[in-house]
Every structure is written in C-alpha cells, then in structure tokens.
Design a protein around this ligand. Structure first.
Ligand code: MN
Length: 722
C-alpha cells in the first residue's frame, strides 16, 4: 500500500509539502477506515487509494487527489466536516462533503425523463465540478471490483452506472472512462450478450489478426513520405458501442463499419487535413462518412476528423485524425483542462471556464454546436432545485420554492388538504426552502381547512398560486367579498379617495363597466381571491372619478348611462372614446401594451397616438398643448397578440451577456425585433431590446426572467426617447 502511495505521489509530480499533505491524508484515512474491509477481503484503504490513482491519471489537482483519498471518511467513519477542514483545508472538506451528499442520493431506475432530471440534479448538487470527477473515479473503481458484490447489488450499481455515470462522463468529454464504465456495466447487466460479442470479436481478431498492424504500417509509410511525424494506433471499438449498434439498429457484427478504428495523432492542426488527404490516397473513402469535428466540435469539446475507408479485403474501418491536444481532450475531457489551470492565476477566469462547462453539461448529447446554443438553458443551475417525492420521482422547481409549491405540483387536492410537510423525515415549516436532493412528503387531512392567504406569499410557482387563488375563488366567496371590500377601501384611502364617492349612483356604473364587472360584490370577490389587486382597482376608481369630475366641470357632456355598447375588439385593440374606426398608432416613446394605463393624443393628420399615462412625453405635452387634444382611450376586451415595446437593461458587461439574453428570450418564444447595446466606461452596458408581447403580464414575466441573468442589474421600460 505504501508503495502505491509513493507511486501516486510521483505520478502527481508534486512538491515536498504537497507530498506530505497526501501522506497525511493517507495516514488519516487508514486510521479512519482502520477495521473496515472491502468485499474482496482487502483493507478498505485500497479503494480510496485506487480512486486517487484514477484522479491522478485524469491529471487533476492535489486537492482532488487528497479528497479522493478521504472521500469515504464522512460517510463511513466518525470523521466530521470540521475535522477535515481543520486538517486539510476548506477546499478538501467541501469536496469530500460534496461527494458524500451525492453518495446519499438514492436512485431507482426511472423513465428517461426522470433520468435526465437525476443527472441534472447531480450536477446542480455538485457546486464544484471536481466533486463529480471524484465521484466518477469512485464509481469506476467500484465497477472494476464489482465481481465481489452480490447479484442484486451488481445489477443496481450497473444500472446506475449506465444511466447516470456513463452519460455524465460522456458529457464531460471523458471518452476513455465512459467506455470503460459502459463495458463494465454491460457485463453485469447482460453477461450473455457481452460474452457473445467478446467471443465474436476474438474470433474476428484471430482470423484477421494482422489487419490493424498492417493498416498502421501502411498509413505510417504514407505519412513518412510526406515527412509528417505522427503517432498511429489501432483499436477495436468498445463492446458496448458494438452492442448498442447490434441491438438498436439490428445489425450483425460484420455490418458495423467502424469495428476497427485507427487513430492518427499529429503535432498541428494543418497536418490533420494533410493526413486526411494522404489517407484518402491510400484507401478508398466511403461516401458520406466524413465528419469534421475540428471545425465543428461536439458539445463535449471533442475535436477530430473522422473518415471511414475501405481497407484490405474490403473491410471498412474508421480513421480518426487529431492533434495531441485534441487527443488529450478526447480522452480526459474536462479533466484535461485542469492541466491548463496552472497558467491561470485569476480565480474568476477559472470560474468563467467552469461556467462554460456547466452550460456544456446542459447541452443534449450529440447535438452540433449551433443546436447547442439554441437548446441551452441559461439559468438552470442558479435557479432550479431538484427534489424527490417519497416514491423517488424527481420534481424540479424554481429556487426558493417551498413545500406549498411541491404539494400543488403533485395535485391541487394535495395542496388544499395539506396540514404539514416532512423534509427528509422531519417536520418542516411551510416557508422551508427546498434544497437539492431533499425528500419531501406532504401530510394531508380530510379535515384540513384549506390554504391560507399567507400561502400566496410563500408559493414560488405561479402554478401553486393560481391553484390557491382558484380555491379561494370557489370556496370562500362570502369571505372574499368581505375581505376584498376591506382591501379595496384601504387601498382607496391610501389614494385619498372615499369609498362612498366611488359608490355614488352617477359613478359606480361607469366604474364597474370600466373594470368589466357586473356588480361591486364581484369586484370585491375578485380582489379577495387575488384575481385583481386592490391597488389596481383603486387606481382605476380614482382615474374614473377624476375623469367624471372633469366632464362635469367642463359641462361639455351630459353623462350617458346608456352609452353605445363597446365593441369587444378593434383592429388596434384600442377604443377611442367617442370616435369609431379612428386611426390609432402607438407612441414609440413609451410603446404601451395591453394592461398599461393609456391616454390618447389627437395628432394633426395621423389619427390618435396612444401613450402610457406615465410617459414622460405626456407630462411634457400636457403643459404645452391644447388640453382638448387629449382623449380617453381604452383597451378592448380582446386585444391583439403582439405589441412592440422596448426594455432597457443595465448590466455589468461580460462575455456572452447578449447571447444569454437572446437565449432567455428565445426560450420563452418572444420575438425580438431589435437589440442595441452601448458600453460605458464604468464597465456597464445599456442594452435596448425591442420585443413583441401581448400584455403587461407577459412583459413582467419576461422581465423576471431577464433579471435572473448574471450581471443584469436593472430593467426598465423605455419611457422617452433618448
Ligand atoms: Mn467510495
């Protein structure tokens, strides 16, 4: 064991102090696992040591290697986080803690969609990507020694490996480990199928034993004629990829083109294309099988040229051509990038790289780079949380969600009958914020009183809030009316308006009509269950009073209680009071959308221009212009689908900021008609976006989404030119 330790230290190529830290970790782990044995009878320490060897093989840093040696101490021994922190530092303690949390997550086999959620949760839980790498090393060694486990455990671990770890390794670009994990898992899951393939491969190799050697020699000779120095090696495809092709595509082994693969590794990029030309001179290429992953890398950073050619005796085989650097990335993926870390001193640069990795992980497998940009979700990691139901299903929520959101996500009845919640077996408050990996259980009772109004504040998802409002709307009409009436009166008072003024005979019908309610009780009920905010209702009441008083004062019009019925919709979505079919245009300065309070200005010759009442131009024009040119306008009951409006974002400038904004907008399918950005010397950008929306509600959703983008500090609607 000590010999292996020294070999490990040598492999890591570390300074004396770091070597001592590693030795200390080893001694510490030995003592912690003192009496424990592996299933094969060897001392337990052989496992964490093997995990650390894999980490060294990947080329990771010292802290990762130390954490690998210690990775089971929190889970399986009396060691505490504090102790690790004191002895080995914060980073190591956090890494080990992260690995332990992942170890505690229980999986059972799931539907595909569930698996995807599990993989995402995995990533979300591991705040440091090294945690995942250590976990993968841990799993790789466990799979290498799986034969000592019983049948049931073998199957379980193999399934998990196939569904979680191998796909993760793939996304991280760790080709070599991915293949090994898949083959080890396949051998457990389908030993017969596995053996059939390995037997057949063996036979094939025997009958065609010098195929690869001969090919390598021929290619090597070709390259040396052009003075290109290259490393050439040949291999057989890994078992699981053959298995998948045979079973998924129903092919016999001889029908698989790339059973044999020859790899040519050269010094620089230009040579890659030179080699391709030379190879195509030697062998006949198969049409349609050339792929240039150098100019278009795979989402997991893989770069190479692939071509399939016809070899000796008509045997097709694949040739992969790449540089040494590309090769390192192809084999070790993200881990390979650790090697470059030494050159980067600034932590934020490193974080930037990780940020990119996080996004990369989000990309679907095997999509091209463009597709990757389009499908990427910007805010997954910061803003989502993944939790389990007691049955082991994974649900995801926005960060900050509470048991109330969870209950309503299960079913509205579960929410309405909720009397409490358990998180990981313990009773938790309704305001508890769900954490990744929590197991949530909702306690219900038939005698439950239903949701309380306070829940509306605690619920984070609009789904839960809507269901709660529905409940109040249905179950509590009387209560809603009473409560809504009170809320309305309070809101009016704040605006300096008396309820009795609004209830006047000559005011109320106009007001209700404007609010589209038949009776004041209906309005109260709506306020009570939250369908209309009291503030909005009060504002409208005040506006209506002001309008009516104005009319009275000017004595221009007699109120007409039997005003002609308003059309449900017009071409513009706006009705101009007293004028039918009038030309309407929306002022560019404030670009109102349905839901905004609006006012019209009669232009000379261009119809009525509609502004928001809070538009700066309205205030300016009001002072200078003929008051008679201002006219009341209203949104019709049904408005159009798209109104152009603008948002101004203030954001700290960073790389990819605009890409993130565009992605967020395309995720919610908002058409963008213009975007301009200005950079200021203080490091901030002002970004002006013109979009098409259908209502203020949609606009506020969009604003919320944009606010979540890193760096965005303020979002305002454009309200004047400039
Ligand atoms: Mn372990």
């Amino acid at each position: 064991m000590e010999e292996r330790l020294e070999a490990l230290i040598e492999k890591l190529g570390v300074q004396k102090e770091d070597a001592d830290r590693i030795r200390e970790a080893f001694v510490f782990a030995c003592a912690a696992h003192k009496d424990q044995k592996r299933k094969d009878g060897s001392p337990y320490i052989s496992h964490p040591l093997a995990a650390a060897e894999i980490i060294a093989e990947m080329g990771l840093d010292i802290d990762s290697a130390i954490s690998a040696i210690l990775h089971d101490t929190l889970e399986d021994t009396n060691t505490s986080y504090e102790e690790l922190k004191k002895r080995f530092g914060q980073t190591v303690a956090d890494l080990v803690d992260g690995v332990t949390k992942l170890t505690r997550v229980q999986y059972t086999s799931k539907e595909d969609e569930q698996m995807e959620n599990l993989r995402k949760m995995f990533l979300a839980m591991a705040k440091d990507i090294r945690v995942i790498l250590i976990k993968i090393a841990d799993r790789l060694h466990n799979m290498r020694t799986i034969e000592y486990q019983n049948e049931k455990k073998r199957r379980e671990k193999a399934l998990e490996t196939m569904e979680i770890y191998a796909p993760l390794a793939h996304r991280l670009g760790m080709q070599r480990i991915k293949c090994e994990l898949e083959d080890l898992a396949l051998e457990c899951l389908d030993p017969i199928g596995f053996k059939e393939i390995t037997d057949e491969l063996e036979e094939l190799l025997e009958s065609n034993s010098d195929f690869l050697d001969h090919t390598i020699e021929l290619v090597g000779k070709g390259l040396s004629e052009y003075n290109i120095s290259a490393t050439i090696d040949g291999r057989i495809k890994h078992v699981y990829s053959i298995y998948r092709k045979m079973y998924n595509q129903d092919k016999a082994m001889y029908e698989i083109y790339d059973l044999y693969a020859v790899r040519v590794i050269v010094d620089d990029l230009v040579d890659c294309y030179n080699v391709l030309g030379i190879v195509h001179d030697i062998y006949k290429p198969m049409p349609g099988r050339f792929k240039d992953y150098i100019s278009t890398p795979k989402p997991n950073m893989y770069q190479s040229l692939h071509t399939t050619v016809i070899g000796r005796e008509g045997v097709p085989f694949e040739i992969q051509i790449r540089t040494h650097e590309m090769h390192l990335t192809a084999e070790y993926g993200i881990a390979a990038h650790w090697k470059y870390k030494q050159g980067i001193n600034k932590q934020d640069e490193f974080d930037k790289r990780l940020e990119w990795v996080r996004r990369l992980l989000e990309a679907q497998e095997d999509t091209d780079a463009d597709e990757f940009i389009r499908t990427l979700k910007v805010d997954l990691f910061a803003d989502e949380v993944f939790v389990f139901t007691p049955k082991g299903d994974v649900l995801n929520f926005p960060a900050g969600a509470t048991p109330i959101d969870f209950a309503y996500a299960i079913h509205s009845e579960v929410g309405n009958r909720m009397v409490g919640a358990k998180v990981n077996g313990r009773i938790a408050g309704y305001d508890y914020q769900l954490q990744n990996g929590d197991i949530i259980e909702i306690l219900t009772s038939k005698q439950a009183h239903g949701p309380s109004r306070g829940w509306l504040e605690l619920a984070k998802t609009s789904d839960a809030r809507n269901k709660i409002r529905q409940w109040f709307k249905k179950e509590k009409r009387e209560e809603n009316i009473a409560q809504g009436g009170q809320m309305f009166e309070t809101a009016l008072k704040k605006l300096g308006v008396q309820l009795s003024d609004v209830l006047q005979e000559e005011v109320l019908p106009h007001y209700l009509k404007r609010m589209s309610f038949g009776a004041i009780e209906e309005l109260y009920a709506a306020i009570g269950y939250g369908g209309v905010t009291a503030l909005r209702a009060a504002n409208r009441a005040r506006d209506e009073l002001i309008r009516l008083n104005k009319l009275k004062g000017e004595k221009e019009l007699v109120l007409q209680p039997t005003a002609p019925k308003r059309p449900r919709r017009t071409e513009s979505g706006v009705i101009v009071e007293g004028i039918d079919n009038c030309l309407v245009k929306f002022a560019k300065c404030c670009s109102p959308v349905p839901g905004d309070n609006i006012i019209g200005f009669v232009t000379r010759g261009y119809g009525v221009s509609v502004h928001r009442t809070d538009c700066n131009n309205v205030r300016a024009l009001e002072k200078t212009n003929d008051k008679r040119r201002w006219i009341n306008v209203y949104w019709t009951e049904e408005t159009n689908e798209k109104y152009e409006t603008s948002l101004v974002l203030t954001a700290l400038d960073r790389e990819d900021l605009v890409v993130d904004i565009m992605t967020a907008l395309s995720t919610v399918k908002v058409p963008v008609s213009g975007l301009s950005a200005r950079r200021f010397s203080n490091g901030y950008d002002a970004i002006n976006i013109s979009i098409e929306v259908k209502s203020v509600e949609q606009l506020s959703d969009i604003t919320k989404r944009l606010k979540n983008i890193r760096g965005v500090e303020q979002i305002t609607r454009k309200s004047y030119d400039g």
